[in-house]
Design a protein around this ligand. Structure first.
Ligand code: ZN
Length: 284
């Protein structure tokens, strides 16, 4: 999915679809919950967009198939990566080592990035190849590389679809938030703690999205605006919300004691001691 632009000194991450999905899901998942050191949305956003797995720095260490998931054939690594990051994050967030803990934030953000990629219809098509041009290890018929050097993914159907979704997300955020609030009312919102169960769930969600045929509709130039706003985004945000809930519950960070708890207890004890005990005569 579209992950924002980045230049050397600034980036336009705020426009990224990854971020906007994360933000809506995060708000619903942990609205009134104490964070207890769980990464905040700003930290997650920072590492899931341009400075995350889609950034240039990340290219040498991740393959194209790492961002893809074909739910019809269960190939491509996006969903497996989301679960691997989930496992790493749960461990690191609980570490006593400060650096490890920080790395836990990064693992959460990476997991969210791969999850959103794995739910994106344009990432559901194609298969793995061993010898692709320029090291690409995934064949996507709507993202095949022409011979010219001026090739750019944003002019291919794959990129065009993501651009369209990003545009709808940006222009109709309010509407999408509203349709999601309604959508989740009838949904099971429990955390899924077992990683295999969570993997099954996110893969099933990808298949469900694939089965709607929204990408085929787009490819045959039909209008998909209504579906993107009312079906695709709510389904994606829902999956991300469950993932965040699971991550939060599974990492089970220790409750931080209330800052003033001891002070309040002491004052209460002192006051109690000072109150004279009054004996009330019992009337006969
Ligand atoms: Zn990606």
């Amino acid at each position: 999915m579209f992950s924002g632009f980045g230049l050397k000194f600034f980036n336009l991450d705020g426009t990224s679809t990854h971020h906007m999905i994360n933000e809506i899901a995060y708000k619903h998942a942990l609205k009134k919950t104490k964070k207890n050191g769980f990464p905040g949305i700003i930290s997650l956003d920072l590492h899931s967009g341009y400075y995350g797995p889609d950034g240039k720095w990340s290219k040498p260490i991740s393959k194209v198939s790492d961002h893809m998931y074909n739910p019809a054939t269960d190939t491509g690594n996006a969903m497996n990566n989301a679960i691997e990051s989930y496992k790493i994050a749960c461990k690191q967030l609980n570490s006593a080592n400060k650096l490890e803990k920080k790395l836990g934030n990064l693992a959460c953000a990476r997991g969210l990035h791969f999850l959103v990629d794995g739910l994106t219809p344009a990432h559901h098509i194609g298969h793995k190849i061993l010898l692709g041009r320029g090291g690409a290890d995934w064949y996507d018929p709507y993202w095949n590389r022409p011979k010219s050097n001026t090739y750019n993914v944003i002019f291919m159907p794959h990129g065009k679809f993501e651009k369209k979704c990003a545009f709808y997300m940006f222009m109709h955020t309010k509407k999408i938030k509203k349709s999601y609030a309604k959508f989740r009312q009838t949904k099971q919102l429990k955390a899924i703690l077992d990683e295999n169960e969570l993997k099954n769930f996110i893969k099933k969600q990808a298949l469900k999205i694939r089965m709607t045929g929204i990408y085929e509709k787009f490819l045959s130039n039909e209008n998909i605006k209504k579906e993107v706003i009312q079906e695709l985004f709510p389904e994606m945000i829902y999956t991300v919300e469950i993932y965040i809930r699971s991550l939060y519950t599974r990492s089970a960070l220790p409750q931080k004691p209330h800052k003033y708890r001891d002070k309040i207890a002491k004052t209460y004890k002192n006051l109690k001691e000072k109150i004279p005990r009054i004996k009330i005569p019992i009337l006969k």
